[in-house]
Design a protein around this ligand. Structure first.
Ligand code: K1U
Ligand code: ZN
Length: 170
């Protein structure tokens, strides 16, 4: 197992669109394990392969308190969205920034498991938000893309300032 480097905004590699997984083999299982270890190490509740610079359609999620209920989604796809809800989101690729995003309230989605099973299911609440957030990553989209121009401008200023501070330290 290994902890992978999580890319941070504005890294252009976060904009790559991930390719479908053609065959679930030992390599894919190793990637999924490493992604889980990385997500736990970063105290996240989800992680998409794009965030660790692996352009494949793989997502890991664990919403449990004890961090012992991992979900591994291969080639996840949303087939139906219903209603809207707003929730405060964070992102391991945009550290120290949280904001409210409007998304579908409930979703139907498909994915493959590591044992090649095709699962068709539905969900709502935090899991629905998390699945939408992670599939956006696979399509090169970030939650900050949904912010108003004014909020994005403020965030950009904050990130520019942090980058300048970092350059002075190094
Ligand atoms: O994809 C990611 O960057 C992970 C992200 C997932 C996510 C969080 C909140 C709403 C939607 C999607 C995170 O885990 S950021 C960390 C975070 O917000 C959090 C961590 C522990 C408990 C609750 C939230
Ligand atoms: Zn994210």
């Amino acid at each position: 197992m290994a902890i992978l480097e999580v890319l941070h905004f504005p890294d252009p590699r976060l904009r790559n669109k991930a390719d479908p997984v053609e065959k679930i083999d030992a390599d894919i299982k190793q990637i999924a394990e490493n992604m889980l270890e990385t997500m736990y190490a970063e105290s996240g509740i989800g992680l998409a392969a794009t965030q660790v610079n692996i352009p494949k359609r793989i997502v890991v999620i664990d919403l449990s308190e004890e961090k012992n209920e991992p979900l591994i989604l291969i080639n996840p796809e949303i087939t139906k969205r219903e209603g809207t809800e707003t929730m405060r989101e964070g992102c391991l690729s945009v550290p120290d920034y949280y904001d409210t995003v409007e998304r579908a309230e409930s979703i139907e989605f498909n994915y493959e498991t590591l044992s090649n099973e095709l699962i068709k299911t539905n969900t709502d609440g935090l899991l629905a938000v998390c699945v939408q957030h992670e599939i956006d990553h696979l399509d090169g989209k970030l939650f900050i893309d949904y912010l108003s121009p004014l909020k994005r401008q403020r965030l950009k200023k904050k990130i520019d300032k942090q980058e300048k501070l970092q350059q002075n330290v190094l």
